[in-house]
Design a binder for this molecule. Structure first.
Ligand SMILES: Cc1ncc(C[n+]2csc(CCOP(=O)(O)OP(=O)(O)O)c2C)c(N)n1
Ligand SMILES: CC(=O)[C@@H](O)[C@H](O)COP(=O)(O)O
Ligand SMILES: [Mg+2]
Length: 611
């Protein structure tokens, strides 16, 4: 690692000879494999951009010139070249290096939002600002072929091409998002690779044999981007540092917006990634570096959803599934294998996914849109207007809801219950275990007059938590004689709520614990239950303001039930990266935190009413 250790800033790179750069690339790959297998993180994407990132830092002068990484999951090499090698021991760990660019870490980092397809818009704005200042700073946006399937990227291209600001768009084309990138654009890129005769990369192309041949009649990328008003350079071998540097140097002096099309191989240099057909080890947990296999394998909420959706698909031919470039991570793969004609992957295009699902519902189907909670934020208007206003039966299944952990602020799926709760006619369920997930999914697809939502976390599944009985759709999990406290627990927090009830019982309190199951709108029976208690405490792993607990408080106010309500949830802040359990504890959403907050609230009730 002698060369890598000698690099503390981009200027150090410019002192190296060509042969040393190749050696450095090898050291970086070796380092990444070891470091990322140790902590978990994005391995395949970073192994693919080693040469590309070296070349960028040799040609452009960051931080004067600005490098914007789309999504940012491929920024590890950039971090290594900008003085953060030592931080990799704590990559994505609490207090450690972020898995994405981070302005707190480095002046070389700019955009921390790891939602895809934004880089070209940021670049457009930066270039406008620098033009106003009369500055000749260059703006470079690195965007993957997957991220380029997002509509926002095309809105930006449309703007970039319509003016002469010198933005350099580096298209990192590895032919894949997680799986091979889908759609007409992917076909265009594939055809371009074919024409380039870049055999190694061609070997990665997948799809039916006719696919590439048919696409080869398509316009060239130069025509495509040229038609929008951008220059086009390429395709360039994305693993040839010399070729990349020549292309970037030309782009730097181009004087107009230009796309540099780089062909790369996701996972290059690590056998287990190169041969991984699922996703080239896109994002891994802690793994054995010798084999790339995860150290821990567990049954998750995603598995439970996945199995039940396949069962539903067999029973209900109208049930169709929709994904925005995340077929496997959201558990849709088994459904797509069994019902290939009823599964749609639209690319990184959440807004389109939602409105396309609306169309499917208008056409008599019941779409299940499986999506990470955080990515549905982007399609709020489509949920509200295109689905909600038309009262269409679309079911949204939000994986990674609540605290996700090491992916940090842009990935915590904590806004859903507050944001979606305002959609008229939308019903939202938060299953507490695998059993209720199955049950609530089935209830959701039975709904015919509006959108339904299921949300669950990125976590391993515990045992099912049985209900004593159900009233008004609400599950009673604990019901002592003469209860004084009502704990309303949302979804996965049922276990913590029950444990808190135990702690409180040990102190002499009598705690009822309920799981509302369908949390938005709040079930009316909660008002009746609340009236039998002296204090209501709601517990959710979503933003506290405007969430499920706030809906319970509003229900009580609307129905004249004058029992104090304490709403426990996440603060209205961007939460950092850290382990999920640790963050839940930090924000008082573990048993001890819930019990302590409850005692605190009890202590604040005037004595006359606590007697
Ligand atoms: C809006 C949004 N949807 C989905 C994702 C999840 N996601 C992260 S990376 C990725 C694939 C990106 O493909 P590409 O841009 O080609 O980068 P590569 O990993 O191939 O380098 C997806 C779907 C995301 N980050 N943002
Ligand atoms: C960058 C991105 O959005 C995804 O790669 C995400 O990090 C994956 O998260 P999971 O590892 O939870 O699937
Ligand atoms: Mg890609």
């Amino acid at each position: 690692m002698a060369l890598l250790e000698s690099i503390t800033e981009p200027a150090d790179l410019r002192r190296l000879a060509a042969a040393q750069l190749t050696e450095l690339a090898g050291e970086i790959r070796e380092f990444l494999i070891r470091a990322v297998c140790h902590t978990g993180g994005h391995l395949g994407p970073n192994l693919g951009v080693v040469e590309l990132t070296i070349a960028l830092h040799r040609v452009f002068g960051s931080p004067f010139d600005r490098l914007v990484f789309d999504t940012g999951h491929q920024s590890y090499v950039h971090k290594l070249l900008t003085g953060r090698r030592a931080g990799f021991a704590g990559l994505r760990q609490e207090g450690g290096l972020s898995g994405y660019p981070s302005r707190a870490e480095s002046v070389h980092d700019l955009v921390e939002n790891s939602h895809a397809s934004t880089a070209l818009s940021y670049a457009d704005g930066l270039a406008k600002a620098y033009a106003l200042d009369g500055s000749d700073r260059r703006v470079v946006a690195v965007i993957g072929d997957g991220a380029l399937t997002g509509g926002l990227a095309w809105e930006a291209l449309n703007n970039l091409g319509g003016c002469d600001r010198p933005v350099v768009v580096v298209l990192n084309d590895n032919g894949r998002s997680y799986e091979p990138t889908v759609g007409g654009l992917a076909g265009q890129l594939a055809a371009s690779r074919r024409r380039s005769g870049y055999a190694d990369v061609l070997a990665l192309l997948e799809g039916p044999p006719g696919h590439v041949a048919e696409r080869s009649a398509a316009p060239t990328l130069s025509e495509l981007f040229g038609g929008l008003g951008l220059g086009y350079l390429g395709p360039v071998d994305g693993h040839d540092i010399g070729a990349l540097e020549r292309a970037f140097a030309t782009a730097r002096e181009y004087g107009r917006p230009v796309v540099v099309h780089c062909l790369t191989r996701k996972g290059l240099g690590y056998g287990p990634a190169e041969t991984d057909d699922a996703d080239r080890l896109h994002s891994i947990g802690v793994a054995d570096p010798a084999t790339g296999t995860p150290v821990k394998s567990e049954r998750t909420w995603t598995h439970a959803f996945s199995d039940e959706l396949v069962a539903l698909g067999s029973e209900r031919p109208d049930v169709v599934a929709m994904s925005a470039a995340m077929v496997r991570p959201t558990g849709l793969h088994p459904f797509a294998v069994k019902f290939p004609d009823r599964a749609y992957d639209v690319g990184i295009a959440e807004q389109h996914a939602v409105t396309s699902a609306a169309g499917l519902a208008m056409g008599g189907k019941h779409p299940v849109v499986a999506i990470y909670a955080t990515f549905l934020n982007r399609a709020f208007d489509q949920v509200l207007m295109d689905v909600g206003l038309h009262r269409l039966p679309v079911t949204f299944v939000l994986d990674r809801a609540g605290v996700t952990g090491p992916d940090g602020p842009s990935h915590h799926g904590m806004w859903d219950m507050a944001a979606l709760g305002v959609v008229p006619g939308l019903r939202l369920a938060a299953p507490r275990d695998a059993g209720t997930l199955r049950e609530e999914l089935r209830e959701a697809v039975e709904v015919t007059d509006g959108p339904t939502v299921l949300r669950f976390p990125k976590a391993s599944l515990g045992d099912d938590i049985p209900a004593l009985h159900r009233i008004g759709g609400v599950d009673l999990l604990r019901r002592p004689e003469r209860p004084d406290i009502l704990l309303v627990s949302v979804g996965v927090l049922a276990g913590a709520a029950l444990a808190a009830a135990d702690e409180l019982a040990a102190l002499g309190h009598r705690v009822t614990v309920v799981d509302p199951r369908w949390v938005r709108p709040a079930p009316p029976v909660l008002a009746e239950l609340a009236a039998e208690h002296r204090l209501v405490v709601t517990v959710e792993d979503g933003v506290r303001e405007g969430g499920a607990g706030a809906a319970v408080a509003a229900l009580l106010a609307d129905t004249g039930v004058e029992v104090p309500v304490t709403v426990l949830g996440l603060p209205r802040e961007f939460l950092p990266h850290a382990g999920r359990g640790s963050l839940l504890g930090r924000y008082g959403l573990d048993a001890t935190g819930i019990a302590a907050a409850t005692l605190d609230s009890l202590g604040r009730i005037p004595t006359a009413t606590t007697a």
